[in-house]
Design a binder for this molecule. Sequence first.
Ligand SMILES: [Zn+2]
Length: 293
Amino acid sequence: MIEANESQPLRLLTVTAHPHDVTYTLGTSAHHIERGDSVTVVSLSDGVTTHDEELEDEMRKPASERRAEILQRPRSEQAIRKQGELEGVCALFGIEDARVLPFPDNPLEPSSSKILSELTDVLHEIRPHIVITHAPYNYPYKNMTSLWDNDHSLAGQLVARAMQRAAQADAGRGRSPLHVAQVYYIGAEFGWTDIDLFVDISDQVARRIEAEALYETQGHTSEFSRKRIEAFAGYHGWFGRTGYAEAFIRERAQTSDYLTVTPNDLSSATQTGRETLDRIGQFESGRADGDAR
Ligand SMILES: [Zn+2]
């Protein structure tokens, strides 16, 4: 449960590996912005290597048919397009501060002192109460743990190291120590039994579909975008006993004077079977664009 604090707006910082990864958190961020909290989004990389569908398609052609303008396109040109996509997507949900750090992806450089230093600067600048990022570990595959880190778990590790740095008093630069109150890992790549919190984003689904379709550099069509949100947000909504949800895993247990129970949990406990079916059975894809706003 994310405790509302009426007297103090919360500062959220979302740090992802690539510009697209933020999508799994946007409905949640919109709810925070609606109640007066602030949200900053940082992608650690430009995301150009992971998704360059145009280049892939071009390289599948016979050498004589490949177009020079695609093959020789500078990385910076694609990076600017992807940054524009991130900013446009964040703006849909009211997020005005969306940044892309100028580092390559796939692989992210795990020992990069430059990434760590820039990220530590961002932590000191924003001084977030809540950080949302990737888990610094891999999901087990066939009960085995992968020793090969992908960009997402590497990003989670970089964020953990930057938070460790920011927590130390830095007299030389006049920085007071920063202790982040809670860290939420993006749960999209994990099974539902690993999830600690489902945020009901049923009111944000039309926007999530719209956002997904804005990633033109990844080749997203409106049909693909609908399917993706139905499959991912619909899957987590199913297990969160609602239409659509975003899933999070807490870095550590909460401390409270009381046991926590959310208004959503209390409402679910008292609703009729019919109401439960209606809530879970919300179906965004059948509606026209924008109808669910
Ligand atoms: Zn990614």
